[in-house]
Write a protein that binds this ligand. Structure first.
Ligand code: IMP
Length: 431
């Protein structure tokens, strides 16, 4: 009997931008369905095909495999204007997805008012360095039970009144800080944007349940990452959704037993965009080397990313939280050319004791001292290396130390942006 295909979740273990898109793209050829379950167009997944990179924000990265059915779950928030731009970019490359796409009728719609609130808040002292895409205010409005869901857009009744209420609340918040479109104009845009998508809107929870019961394989692609999770990340410097494992279940409506495996994704170093604590952050020439070699500039906003050493305390926390069965370690080649490579193995608290868990408060996190070990750089490049045995011994030692420190097996190591650049560890498999 052949081994059943597993239902697999791919989740970020650091502060996002780990390279999840490459893994999803690699794996989605083996999966019947690719599913997004949280986040919105704050996410940016870059996939490289035939040397050409494509940035996707809301369309699941499985889009590039024509056999893959795409599902956007209820936990996602959608900017319809941006969604159409993405569909257009895909069409330019000969990829059509409308005949294999299901958008949850429960997914919330990002309105221009939310973007105005996001930017207004970011101009004040509570700034956290958001992507400015209105994500936080969309989730706030959802929780306030005032939001618009895709399913609501199918019925015009009462829509104008609901949009007007959101307009009024927005004005109460931001005053005259920014011009706002009139509710009538917002409704008109939404009605135009929704028309071509109407046939794709439906009950994603039911579809996913049936697909699971039929034995169809499901690939769940997380957006952002565990340290940006609204509950378990470095609050308040987080996004507004649950990017760790719990968000998968609320954001699809599937039960936990529908999932067979969790693959965590981390870079061989650490980056973060936006403000907030980052214990292993570097400055100076090493940070610049990583930023340039790793093209560490935001996919969504173009902002230079903050760069630092691999922080095993962060990744261990994330592996535990998500129940990660394995780790995909990305961008090892970016460390090529460095003489010495640091690995943060844990933290010491203010009392000098080694911490056994990630501090809940960023104040405590900022007051820790890092326990750091340095490894020799490797003399030959790892770029494009395709087997464990072909890796320099120094790189193997570094990877083994990471594996031990994060208490989770590394299954795959990426050595370049293209599909073929990477290797499986001996005896390991991704699915
Ligand atoms: P928001 O999600 O736009 O509200 O931004 C909140 C925080 O999450 C900011 O620090 C953003 O830079 C960060 N963030 C949001 N999406 C991503 C992402 O896809 N990659 C990395 N950081 C992100």
């Amino acid at each position: 009997m052949s081994k059943p295909i597993e239902n697999l979740a791919i989740l970020g273990l650091q502060w996002g931008d780990e390279g999840k898109g490459k893994l999803v793209d690699l794996l989605s050829a083996n999966f019947r369905n690719a599913v997004r379950f949280q986040g919105g167009n704050n996410a940016g997944h870059t996939v490289v095909v035939n040397g050409e990179s494509i940035a996707l924000h809301q369309v699941p990265s499985g889009a590039l495999h024509p056999e893959c059915f795409l599902v956007v779950g209820s936990g996602v928030v959608l900017n319809l204007e941006v969604f159409h731009q993405e569909l257009e970019r895909l069409r330019d490359r000969g990829v059509e997805v409308l005949d294999r796409l299901l958008l949850s009728d429960k997914a919330h719609v990002i309105l221009p008012y939310y973007i105005a609130i996001d930017n207004w808040r970011e101009s004040g002292s509570n700034r956290i360095g958001t992507t400015g895409r209105g994500i936080g205010p969309t989730y706030e409005t959802k929780a306030a039970r005032l939001g618009l869901r895709l399913g609501d857009l199918k019925r015009p009744d009462g829509l104008l009144e609901r949009i007007s209420n959101i307009y009024t609340e927005t004005r109460l918040k931001i005053g005259d800080a920014a011009p706002l479109p009139a509710p009538e104009a917002v409704l008109k845009d939404l009605q135009e944007q929704i028309k071509p998508l109407l046939k794709c809107i439906g009950n994603a929870q039911e579809y996913l349940y049936d697909a699971w019961k039929r034995g169809e394989s499901l690939l769940f692609e997380g957006a952002q990452a565990t340290m940006l999770d609204i509950d378990h990340g470095t609050y308040p410097f987080v996004t507004s959704s649950n990017c760790s494992i719990g968000g998968l279940f609320t954001g699809t409506g599937l039960p936990p037993k529908a999932l067979n495996k969790v693959l965590g994704v981390a870079k061989a170093y650490t980056t973060r965009v936006g403000a907030g604590p980052f214990p292993s952050e570097l400055s100076g020439p090493v940070a610049e080397h990583i930023r340039q070699a790793g093209h560490e500039f935001g996919t969504t906003t173009g902002r230079p990313r903050r760069c630092g050493w691999f922080d095993a305390a962060v990744v261990r926390h994330s592996c535990r939280l998500n129940g990660a069965d394995g780790v995909g370690l990305m961008k090892l080649d970016v460390l090529d050319g460095l003489d010495s490579i640091g690995l943060v193995k844990g933290y010491r608290g203010a009392d000098g004791n080694t911490l056994t868990a990630m501090p809940s408060s960023i104040h405590d996190l900022e007051n820790t001292e890092q326990i750091i070990e340095y490894f020799d750089g490797w003399p030959e490049p790892t770029k494009g290396v395709k087997s464990w045995n072909a890796l320099p011994a120094q790189a193997q030692r570094y990877l083994k130390a990471i594996e031990e420190a994060v208490e989770t097996p590394i299954e795959y190591v990426s050595t370049g942006p293209n599909r073929g650049e990477g290797l499986l560890l001996p005896g390991r498999s991704l699915t």
